[in-house]
Design a protein around this ligand. Sequence first.
Ligand code: COD
Ligand code: ZN
Ligand code: ZN
Length: 375
Amino acid sequence: MGTAGEVIKCKAAVLWETQKPFSIEDIEVAAPKAHEVRIKMVATGICRTDDHAATGNFVTPLPIVLGHEGAGIVESVGEGVTSVKPGDKVIPLFSPQCGKCRVCNHPESNLCIKNDLVQPRGTLLDGTSRFTCKGKSIHNFLSTSTYSQYTVVDEIAVAKIDDASPLEKVCLIGCGFTTGYGSAVQFAKVTRGSSCAVFGLGGVGLSVIIGCKTAGAARIIGVDTNKDKFAKAKEFGATECINPQDYNKPIEEVLQEMTDGGVDFSFEVVGRLDTMMSALVGCHAACGVSVIIGVPPNAQNLSVNPMLLLGGRTWKGAIFGGFKSKDAVPKLVADFMAKKFPLEPLITHVLPFEKINEGFDLLRAGKSIRTVLTF
Ligand code: COD
Ligand code: ZN
Ligand code: ZN
């Protein structure tokens, strides 16, 4: 490859300060060091977590190149890289899989200890970044930084995918789709014939619905305070939709009455404490499972009566749908290619990368499900 080993000059969307628009800047991207991979980005989605970082709700070091839901082509690799090679189509992994730590070796868990998500340092594994702009080092975001024409990631944070895959669609497998779908099929293990309630019908909630439907759930009840979300939820497989504002009693009671004591599986995909409680109480007291997907506002806590769990309810939460990322992403792409689930209906807007601020405006105005930026 012509550029291997060299510094690449390219465009990236840099966030210098929170609550400010992104600036498209000329940046330098250094060559990958040992066990690192440089990727030419082809497409990237805009996820709510990027917005949380841009507004300061999700605290991360600045200045930074955000973006964590992307797909691209390997430009070059550092010494010792064996799982990908130049020319491979890949998806960067915001939740890596080192394959060696206690979590990676656990059969059910997936939040590898090498993640940069729980306490973001804003760097690659070696504690530095490969981005510079105007002489300043620019931080990495969630091991990925996809809002750049080129990015460098650690080998444990990238998965090779099918050469034939459409990158402008499968980029959603890098976060939003997988987070929702996996929460249903992999993490909660929704059963055939079961009843499910999905709180929050954004892109992730709709992906939960796709998962519940794929798993053969008999009833999928969408819950949202915005009734404009109902038509799309039904297209994805919701059997009924309810708006808490239409009832003069708590929505968990409505769910209990609708489903003989509560649903088998409930999912919180809003990121609010009150909906987390409603989802918990709205699942059956003895056999219900409630899954938290949304991240609550910084530093907020719940006070919970343990009796809610003593009867046998299960309450749990997961990142990335509980999937081990490097293993699961290539399989999910293969499943998409085999038409086991759709991604197209989640993509409401496609914009050139330079229009990134427009894409964020659409998200903030509630007008988009997913915007994909193309390079
Ligand atoms: N009751 C019911 N629905 C509500 C309520 C309420 N009180 N308030 C808002 N809603 C609805 C909104 O109308 C909207 O339809 C939906 O909830 C939220 O959708 P979006 O489009 O804002 O968000 P999504 O689907 O893109 O993402 C939602 C998450 C909760 C998943 C997201 O905000 C989040 O917390 N993500 C972090 C989870 C994670 O795994 N992060 C790692 C990398 S992303
Ligand atoms: Zn690990
Ligand atoms: Zn995300």
